[in-house]
Write a protein that binds this ligand. Structure first.
Ligand code: PGA
Length: 256
């Protein structure tokens, strides 16, 4: 049984002050939630402060990107060991905004994933098709390519510990979420490929979460679908009450 995994992707929102205030509030609200893995991904500038505010709580901390070298003349970049040292245990890799705006490819995603795992960070690897690809009947082919190239060289143990976020690009920030059926179909496909390439144990342990216009009023329906193990939440994670509602509605039914 996979524990539901709910992550807040704050993108380029929140000052250090705002981030810490959010985490202090969430910490109190969510103190009894032990059946959901809760993760916050603030901007780099707030990583250390958020990690301190979340210390010894049930809230984990993620970076939103990394560069694959450990150190060097790479102006503007941050490495996996630096992220780890700042107090994060997770990192989002290959978000569609990084792919679209900053040149991430399946190959750079693979290098970043490898670097994250070497630094003992849990990676949240993002994949998903554009609207054009979906309408062209390419969804599964795109997912296959992103998985095959992105996960190249990883072993079954690493896959077991990975989080894959299925984020259809047309659903991100648009208010148009995938239907629960569309999500279940894509997640089932992803799980099937993981089983085929990495074996049943790894496929059963790997979390496959959904992202794209998740809100309090659609979270339960999406997360209760087969093979949907949680959510990566953008816009609706910026307000603490809204994020808390999402994680509450993602708890295993028996606990709520
Ligand atoms: P959204 O973003 O929830 O605002 O659609 C999701 C994401 O980009 O991870």
């Amino acid at each position: 049984m996979r524990t539901p995994f709910i992550a807040a992707n704050w993108k380029m929102y929140k000052t250090v002050h705002e981030a810490v205030a959010f985490v202090k509030e969430l910490r109190v609200m969510a103190k009894d939630v032990h059946d959901v893995e809760i993760v916050i991904a603030p901007p780099f500038t707030a990583l250390r402060a958020v990690a301190d505010a979340a210390h010894a709580s049930n809230i984990g901390v993620a970076a939103q990107n990394l560069y694959w070298e450990r150190e060097g003349a790479f102006t503007g970049e941050v490495s996996a060991p630096m992220i780890k040292e700042a107090g994060a245990e997770y990192v989002i890799i290959g978000h569609s905004e990084r792919r679209r705006l900053f040149g991430d490819t399946d190959q750079t995603v693979n290098r970043k994933l490898t670097a994250a795992l070497a630094a003992h960070l849990t990676a949240i690897a993002c994949i998903g098709e554009t609207l054009e690809e979906r309408e062209g009947g390419q969804t599964f082919a795109v997912l296959d390519r992103q998985l095959k190239d992105g996960l190249d060289g990883l072993n079954a143990d690493q896959i077991a510990g990975l989080v894959i976020a299925y984020e259809p690009v047309w659903a991100i920030g648009t208010g148009r979420n995938a239907t629960p059926q569309q999500a279940a179909e894509a997640h089932g496909h992803i799980r099937g490929r993981l089983r085929q390439w990495f074996g049943g144990l790894a496929a059963d342990q790997c979390h496959v979460i959904y992202g794209g216009s998740v809100k309090p009023d659609n979270a339960r329906e999406l997360v209760s679908m087969p093979d949907v193990d949680g959510a990566l939440v953008g816009g609706a994670s910026l307000d603490v009450r809204s994020f808390f509602d999402i994680l509450t509605r993602s708890r295993p039914q028996a606990a709520v």
